[in-house]
Design a protein around this ligand. Structure first.
Ligand SMILES: Nc1ncnc2c1ncn2[C@@H]1O[C@H](COP(=O)(O)OP(=O)(O)OP(=O)(O)O)[C@@H](O)[C@H]1O
Ligand SMILES: [Mg+2]
Length: 260
């Protein structure tokens, strides 16, 4: 059975122009029929199916639409066109610190975050010890999260997500933030998760991370799918394309320099 079905997803963002500073400017803009924003398509006709138990990676340059896609799967964002169907209990681990309140303590954030993910107080209390143990943050649970380091925030978020017993884990670029030890531990836990037949959807710029965890990968570029297939193969193609692009840039620069 499919865990995720994305059918021709389009996502439009409106990018506001720099605001008119005076009433006169605003009135003139209105009279000239100028809009106060540009339309921009962050995802264009993106379709894929993820089977239950698959581990799939999403790679591509900054701004190519990866987090937007993950946000749509997590139902934090709505597609402008197209439909997604997600079957099973989803746990999203979105960009750094999403879902955490900086002024609340680690402990309070665990309960808050878990309740947002549908876990009741008693259920969270029963899992609390395991969450703190896995994050290795027992000395910090009574300190506000704003005093945590970047890696500590990620540890806590990751630990909460994996203890919520999700069927589908959505992870946005957080695996590279933990230290060497925590990364080993996280990858081992993800492998366990996979063996248990759960579905993984991982966004990362760590290409070795992707090939370690995922069987399949999708390469996204400017909102389009370039390739979708075997993770090693897709990662190799993406990597080769980046190298080729850097080479052509260097050659163009050298040509310019010799022409002038
Ligand atoms: N709220 C928003 N309003 C306007 N444009 C946005 C918004 N969020 C994202 N975008 C634009 O959509 C595009 C895709 O952004 P997205 O965050 O999905 O990229 P990404 O692939 O996750 O990049 P990165 O690797 O840097 O995390 C970018 O061009 C970005 O500027
Ligand atoms: Mg992103």
């Amino acid at each position: 059975m499919s865990a995720i079905e994305a059918d021709s997803i389009w996502k439009e963002y409106r990018r506001p122009h720099v605001r008119a500073t005076t009433f006169k400017e605003a009135a003139l803009a209105l009279l000239r029929g100028q809009r106060g924003y540009d339309e921009f398509w962050a995802l264009q006709d993106v379709s894929f199916t993820v089977e239950q138990g698959e581990a799939i990676g999403l790679v591509g340059p900054n701004g190519s639409g990866k987090s937007t896609m993950l946000g749509i799967l997590a139902r934090v964002l709505r597609p402008t066109r197209g439909a997604v169907e997600v079957t099973g209990r989803v746990c999203p681990l979105l960009e750094l610190g999403t879902g955490f309140h900086p002024d609340l303590t680690g402990r309070e954030n665990v309960f808050l975050n878990a309740s947002l993910l549908g876990s009741g107080h008693r259920q969270t209390a029963a899992r609390y010890g395991d969450i703190v143990d896995f994050a290795e943050l027992s000395d910090f649970m009574d300190a506000p999260v704003k005093t945590y380091s970047t890696g500590m925030v990620i540890r806590l978020g990751f630990s909460i997500a994996i203890h919520m017993e999700p069927d589908i884990l959505l992870i946005d670029e957080v695996l590279g933030v933990g230290d060497e030890h925590f990364q080993h531990k996280s990858y081992a836990r993800l492998a366990e998760f996979k063996r248990a037949g759960k579905t993984l959807f991982v966004v990362s710029h760590s290409l070795t991370g992707i090939t370690t965890v995922c069987d399949r990968a999708i390469w996204l570029d400017r909102g389009h799918i370039v390739t979708d297939g075997d993770a090693d193969e897709v990662v190799r193609q993406y990597h080769d394309a980046v190298i080729a692009w850097e080479q052509s840039l260097a050659e163009a620069k050298a040509r310019d320099a010799s022409a002038s």
